[in-house]
Design a binder for this molecule. Structure first.
Ligand SMILES: Nc1ncnc2c1ncn2[C@@H]1O[C@H](COP(=O)(O)OP(=O)(O)OP(=O)(O)O)[C@@H](O)[C@H]1O
Length: 258
């Protein structure tokens, strides 16, 4: 098989002063064009693991390697901060659970989308605006609102804008932390459809954290189940959800059914 886009080896993290590990000995790979879901109940370590993958949290132990577009295999946590920032600006996307954390609330919708392009060196105002409009259309936002501030948008609209801001630079790897939770059920369903469409059209590689098994079922080829910081089960999503082997996964599946 090809070299994985992301490989995680023996990753553990314990927060300062915490008595237990938030993530313990996680090892897995993500291949190009693949969607991997990380599921588990609240506090199982999903977000900590995702933040370690993004280089935002330095793990207590273990390594994360990323295969960059230029073929370089980057040790994410040993790499200089400058390189991590550059990757975050160009090759990676991060969709936050709360859109206001992933957007700049004080600048217009169009500027939010254009900013990442500017980070890649695009300076031409007409190109920035036209690209922002195209991406607003793509995520089904009304382009007439291009000059509005995101704080005047609904939760679902903000999340669409955050997705446009992330995808405009065509990242190779997108990390998503519960992108649909906290939204109304009907808004969630439409947003999930949009994410599914974009992931398949753009052939994105995605790691998505969710406590909702339905989200994993809809989007992910493979699913990894976490309990108390450990990966207790890992496999093809249909197999994990239809024929769970670990008692904790069986419990999660049974409670989702009720
Ligand atoms: N900044 C922090 N400082 C100390 N402990 C933390 C910190 N962030 C998370 N934790 C602890 O680490 C463990 C894992 O938390 P984490 O947020 O990764 O879980 P999660 O599965 O993403 O939960 P949720 O779905 O509620 O976000 C929990 O015990 C949590 O209390």
């Amino acid at each position: 098989m090809n070299t994985p886009l992301l490989s995680v080896e023996g990753l553990s993290h314990r927060f300062d002063a915490a008595t237990h590990f938030a993530v313990r000995d996680a090892s897995f790979e993500v291949h190009a064009g693949e969607v991997l879901a990380i599921v588990g109940e609240s506090g199982s370590g999903k977000s900590t693991l995702l933040n370690c993958l993004a280089g935002r949290i330095a793990p207590t132990a273990g390594r994360v390697h990323y295969l960059a577009a230029d073929g370089q295999r980057v040790d994410v946590h040993a790499a200089p901060e400058r390189l991590r920032r550059e990757l975050a600006r160009t090759e990676w996307g991060f969709v936050e659970q709360h859109a206001h954390e992933g957007l700049r609330m004080g600048v217009s919708a169009g500027a939010n989308v254009g900013e990442r392009l500017m980070g890649q060196g695009e300076r031409h105002y007409a190109v920035l605006r036209e690209t922002a409009e195209r991406w607003m259309q793509r995520v089904e936002l009304d382009t007439a609102r291009i000059d509005d501030l995101p704080r005047h948008f609904s939760g679902g609209m903000r999340q669409r804008l955050q997705i446009a801001r992330n995808l405009v630079t065509r990242p190779r790897l997108v990390l998503m932390d519960e992108p649909t939770s906290g939204l109304d059920v009907s808004v969630q369903a439409k947003l999930l459809d949009l994410i599914r469409l974009l992931v398949s059209r753009l052939q994105l590689s995605v790691v998505i954290v969710t406590h909702d098994l339905g989200v994993a079922r809809l989007l992910a080829q493979r699913t990894l189940v976490m309990q108390q910081g450990r990966i207790v089960e890992h496999g093809l999503t249909d197999r994990v959800l239809d024929d769970p082997q670990h008692a904790y996964t069986q419990l999660l599946v049974a409670s989702a059914l009720t």
